[in-house]
Design a binder for this molecule. Structure first.
Ligand code: FAD
Length: 441
C-alpha cells in the first residue's frame, strides 16, 4: 500500500491526544472545552432532533454545559441501538441484545424528551412540527437525524426478507443482523455463489460492506468451503473507498488474494427472493445474477423531512444533505442551526468516531453563538473505522478531510493487518461509545 501519512500535520498532535480511536475516550480523556464549567444559557430554548449517537451526546453535553437553558430532544425511538456492533452480531456471533439498550438510560434527566417524529422544519419561523402535530419553537436547533435506509430503491426488496432466501443485511435492526448471521452460517457451511453489494451514494460506515465480504470469505476458507464458492463484489463506481491508501488496499486484496470477482460500475436494482436472483444495472443495460447468499446494502439518504426542508444543499456533491459549514458545523444560511452526525453534507465522516469529534465542536460553537461570538472550534473531518479483514484481525483506518491517514497508535501500522483493531472493535469501542453518549468524552 502507498502511504499518505502527513509528517508535519499540526492537527495531528491534537488528534493523538483527543481522539485515539475512541479508546483514550474510554479511559476518560477529553480534549474539549465545554464541560469544564457551566455557561449561562440565558433561558435559551434549544431543540435537538434525533437522539441517536449524535443527538444523545449533544443533549448530555449541553445539559452539562448550560445552567439555564431549556432543552427539548425529539425522537420517537425508545431503544438505543449501538450500530457499530451490528457487524459483530452479523459476522462474529455477538448476541443481538448486546447492541440494544433503553434510550432512557442515556437521556439526561433535565431535558424534555418528546417521543415524536419531526415532519416539517420551518427555519424561517424557528420551529419544527411533529407527526403528532406538536409545534416546537426554538432559539437554537441541532439536527442529528442520521440517515434513512432506502430498501425501496431495490425492486422486490423489503427489510422483512432479511434472514430468508439467502438474504443478509447488516445495516438494519439488530434482529435482522442476527438473522443475517444465521444466513451467513448456512452459506459458510455449504458454499456457493455469494453476492456482496456496495450501493451508490454516501452511506454510513462505508467499511461495513467490506467487513462482511472479507469476514465471510475468511470463514469459508476456514470451513473448507472456499473452493466451492464464487464471490462477487458489486461496486457502483471504480473507486471502493474514499481514503486512497485503503482504496488501493481493497483493490489489491479483493480481486487478488481474497479472490472476489469485481462487478465494477454496477448497481443492485432488483431482487427475486424465491428465485435467489438479483438484477444489476450496468452501462450496457440490465443483467441478472443467481446467488446462494446476497449481502444487500441499500442506498441511503437523509430522512424525508430534512430532504424536503430548506435546510439542505440544493445541488452539488451533497445535494439533499444538511447544508452546514464542514468545519464549524453551523448551518450556512441559518446561523442558529447546527448539524451533527450522518445527516450533514460533508465529504466524509458518517461514523460514530466522527460524531465523537463533531459533538464537542458543535456544542462549543453553539455556546459561542449564544454568547454572541463567532464560532471558534473547527472539525477537521476525522473519521475512523476498524476495517476487519479476517477473524481476529483488521486495519485501523483513520483519516480526515485531507484524506491523509492520521493514526492514533504509533505501535501499530495503519498499513498492516493486526489483532489490535479487532480487539478495539470487539472489546473497547462499545464502552467508549457509551461514554460518548453520556457526554463524558
Ligand atoms: C452496520 C454498521 C456498522 C457501523 N460501524 C461503525 C464503526 O465501526 N465505527 C464507527 O465509528 N461507526 C460505525 N457505524 C456508524 C455509526 O453507527 C453512525 O455513524 C452513527 O450512529 C451516526 O450517529 P447519528 O446520531 O448521526 O445517527 P443515528 O445514530 O442513526 O441516530 C439518528 C436518530 O435520529 C432519529 N430520527 C430520524 N428521523 C427523525 C425524525 N424525523 N424526527 C426525530 N428523530 C428522528 C432516529 O430515530 C435515530 O434515533 C456503523 C453503522 C452501521 C449501521
Amino acid at each position: 500500500m502507498s502511504k499518505h501519512v502527513p509528517t508535519h500535520d499540526p492537527q495531528r498532535r491534537r488528534f493523538l491526544t483527543s481522539s485515539g480511536a475512541l479508546v483514550l475516550a474510554a479511559a476518560g480523556a477529553s480534549a474539549t472545552r465545554t464541560v469544564m464549567g457551566q455557561t449561562r444559557g440565558n433561558g435559551a430554548e434549544i431543540a435537538i432532533v434525533g437522539a441517536g449517537a449524535a443527538g444523545t451526546s449533544l443533549a448530555n453535553r449541553l445539559a452539562n454545559a448550560l445552567d439555564d437553558a431549556n432543552i427539548t430532544v425529539i425522537d420517537p425511538r425508545v431503544t438505543h441501538i449501538y450500530q457499530p456492533g451490528l457487524t459483530m452480531v452479523a459476522a462474529t456471533g455477538w448476541r443481538a441484545d448486546k447492541v440494544q439498550e433503553p434510550a432512557s438510560r442515556y437521556m439526561p434527566g433535565d431535558v424534555r424528551w418528546l417521543q415524536e417524529s419531526v415532519v416539517e422544519y420551518e427555519p424561517e419561523n424557528n420551529r419544527v412540527r411533529t407527526d403528532a402535530g406538536t409545534v416546537v419553537e426554538y432559539d437554537y436547533l441541532l439536527v442529528a437525524t442520521g440517515v434513512t435506509l432506502d430498501f425501496d430503491r431495490i425492486e422486490g426488496m423489503d427489510p422483512g426478507l432479511i434472514g430468508a432466501h439467502g438474504i443478509g443485511c447488516v445495516y438494519d435492526h439488530p434482529d435482522h443482523a442476527a438473522a443475517t448471521s444465521r444466513v451467513i452460517d448456512r452459506f459458510v457451511e455449504e458454499g456457493g455463489e455469494g453476492l456482496f453489494i456496495q450501493p451508490p451514494g454516501a452511506i454510513k460506515c462505508a467499511g461495513a460492506p467490506f467487513k462482511i465480504s472479507l469476514l465471510t470469505e475468511d470463514r469459508l476458507r476456514r470451513a473448507g468451503t472456499r473452493d466451492d464458492s464464487d464471490l462477487t463484489f458489486v461496486a457502483p463506481t471504480r473507486g471502493l473507498f474514499s481514503q486512497p491508501d485503503i482504496d488501493d488496499f481493497l483493490k489489491e486484496q479483493m480481486p487478488g488474494p481474497r479472490g472476489f470477482s469485481m462487478a465494477w460500475e454496477q448497481e443492485l436494482i432488483g431482487i427475486e427472493p424465491e428465485a435467489r436472483r438479483a438484477t444489476l444495472a450496468t452501462h450496457n443495460g440490465e443483467r441478472t445474477v443467481d446467488y446462494d447468499f446476497i449481502h444487500v446494502v441499500p442506498p441511503m439518504s437523509p430522512p424525508d423531512a430534512v430532504l424536503e426542508s430548506d435546510l439542505v444543499w440544493a445541488d452539488g456533491d451533497f445535494a439533499g444533505w444538511l447544508e452546514v459549514d464542514r468545519h464549524t458545523l453551523q448551518h450556512r444560511r441559518y446561523p442558529n442551526i447546527f448539524g451533527v452526525g450522518d445527516v450533514i453534507g460533508t465529504p466524509i465522516g458518517k461514523t460514530a468516531a466522527s460524531v465523537k469529534d463533531q459533538v464537542p465542536i458543535a456544542v462549543d460553537n453553539l455556546l459561542d453563538v449564544i454568547a454572541d461570538r463567532e464560532p471558534q472550534s473547527r472539525y477537521n473531518g476525522y473519521t475512523s473505522c476498524p476495517l476487519l479483514t479476517e477473524m481476529g484481525r483488521g486495519i485501523l483506518v483513520e483519516f480526515d478531510y485531507s484524506l491523509d491517514m492520521v493514526p492514533s497508535f504509533n505501535f501499530i501500522s495503519p498499513y498492516r493487518e493486526h489483532w489490535v483493531p479487532w480487539l478495539l472493535k470487539d472489546r473497547m469501542l462499545q464502552p467508549a461509545y457509551q461514554a460518548m453518549l453520556r457526554g463524558r468524552v
